[in-house]
Each structure stands twice: as structure tokens, then as C-alpha cells.
Design a protein around this ligand. Structure first.
Ligand SMILES: [Zn+2]
Length: 138
């Protein structure tokens, strides 16, 4: 996101050079699609109390309060891969769930999640359609 192509203002300080390969961009849309929310629900220890079609409800896995274990404030649509908690008022997609659970920034938590599931992270700068990642450089 560092100033690209504007060229109008002259910055007094030169931008810090990026360390190559340190922060590649994750293709978050593809990352979301690559993961079934059921897999993340299993990792966070969610046990649904009710299931109505694609809509599952149960105790919020983000809250460590044992009293919360009885309620059904946490609602997931397993088909759409979205969730919401009516108690702690958090919600989002499958990647947000792991980020909220691990309390890590979305970038780090997404990489962590893919590693746990044994799936290659879909990087944004890198053709995805049918290309196999060239292994062996690291
Ligand atoms: Zn909650």
C-alpha cells in the first residue's frame, strides 16, 4: 500500500525498503473459499446444540466463560461460511473466526490456519489457476 504511482508530493524521507519475501499478499478471497468452516469449527472446539439446515447454533467458542457453554449465542451458516455471536457481538467469515480464536492479526492467523490444515496458502502475486507451486526454493 506504500505510495504507488502518485509522484506529486516529494517525500522527505525515502521509503524503507521491503525485505523481499517477508510479507507476501494473501489472496483472501481464495483463502476463504479453500477452507470449509466445519474444519475451523472443529479446531476451535465448537459443538453445535442445534442444527437447522445450514444454520448451526451453540456456545460461543471465543468465550472461555463456562456459563456461556449452555447457550446458543453463536450462530454459523456452514454453507456460506459465515458466523456471528450474539453475545460477544463478533462475526465474520471462516478466516475471521480463526483470527478471533487465536487473537492474532488476520495475516498471521490465516497462515497459521493453512499450516494446521496442511493446505498451501493462496498467495496473491502468484497464478493460482491450475499452477502447481514450484517447490524447493526454500
Ligand atoms: Zn461470543
Amino acid at each position: 500500500m506504500a505510495g504507488r504511482g502518485v509522484g506529486q508530493k516529494i517525500d522527505a524521507r525515502p521509503p524503507r525498503p521491503l525485505k523481499r519475501g517477508m510479507m507476501k499478499s494473501i489472496a483472501f478471497d481464495r483463502a476463504r473459499q479453500a477452507i470449509q468452516i466445519e474444519e475451523v469449527l472443529r479446531l476451535v472446539g465448537f459443538v453445535p446444540r442445534t442444527r437447522r439446515g445450514d444454520q448451526w447454533r451453540g456456545p460461543c467458542p471465543l468465550e472461555r466463560d463456562p456459563l456461556a457453554a449452555h447457550d446458543r449465542s453463536f450462530s454459523v451458516n456452514v454453507r456460506r461460511g459465515i458466523w456471528r455471536c450474539f453475545h460477544c457481538r463478533r462475526g465474520g467469515n471462516v478466516l475471521d473466526l480463526w483470527a478471533a480464536y487465536t487473537e492474532e492479526p488476520i495475516y498471521a492467523s490465516t497462515i497459521d490456519l493453512f499450516a494446521r490444515l496442511g493446505i498451501a496458502v493462496p498467495w496473491a502475486d502468484h497464478g493460482f489457476a491450475g499452477t502447481r507451486t514450484g517447490k524447493g526454493s526454500r
